[in-house]
Design a protein around this ligand. Structure first.
Ligand code: FES
Length: 214
């Protein structure tokens, strides 16, 4: 029944009851929210194996016969084929899928803008290997480009991981590297946020990573 058909006294009583129920429900929602908030587990700090790459971390092979061995620049062919790696500080940081790295070595003159050539070593360029859309691992196609199997996101590893197709919102995150004692080492944190990382988190991780690996 609508209020228009009710006597004035009934309208006031109905409004009071409705208002009281609304207040009670609101208090209930607030209380429940407080309880849920109190029960929500605090965000755990990452373990050493989950920490993101940091300056000084050595890159090691993620698979193959050389698994867990440091990657020597001289051993990489300039064929543009993808190699998977993990960063290793005091421990191997392979307990966070987002730490998977992919690297490529190209012949002189193949890398092009917006790749940051100053952050590569003898044609070797390194990226976070996780798609910037929803976090799947990217694969390499025969033409050398990268394709994400989840929603067909495509990237060009010769051009700084630029998006060349599909839904990814930004290029792959290039990881600056250098050579130390013949092996590939992280120089500094990613040049842009990697998958799942806010700009604020990226800035924090970038500052932490510059202090050195752990
Ligand atoms: S997760 Fe890679 S395109 Fe969607």
């Amino acid at each position: 029944m609508s209020d228009e058909k009710l006597p004035q006294g009934e309208i006031s009583r109905r409004k009071f009851v409705t208002g009281a129920l609304g207040v009670t429900a609101g208090v209930g929602v607030l209380s429940l929210a407080s309880v849920v908030g109190a029960l929500k587990p605090a965000k755990r700090p990452p373990t050493a194996e989950q920490k993101p790459p940091a300056a000084g971390d050595v890159l090691v092979y993620a698979g193959g016969t050389n698994k867990d061995q440091p990657i020597k620049v001289a051993d990489l062919k300039a064929d543009g084929l993808m190699v998977k790696a993990w960063p290793k500080g005091e421990v191997l940081k392979d307990k966070n899928d987002n730490n998977l790295l992919i690297l490529f070595r190209y012949a002189d003159g193949v890398l092009k803008e917006p790749a940051k050539v100053e952050d590569t070593v003898q044609g070797v360029i390194v990226y976070g290997g996780i798609c910037q859309h929803l976090g799947c691992q990217v694969n390499q196609k025969d033409d050398g480009t990268l394709l994400c199997p989840c929603h067909s996101g495509a990237y060009d590893p010769r051009a700084g991981g630029e998006v060349i197709g599909g839904p990814p919102p930004r290029p792959l995150a290039q990881l600056p590297v250098e050579e130390k004692d013949g092996v590939l080492v992280v120089k500094e944190y990613y040049v842009r946020p990697r998958y799942g990382e806010s700009v604020a988190d990226w800035q924090t991780n970038r500052a932490d990573a510059s202090k050195g690996g752990a």
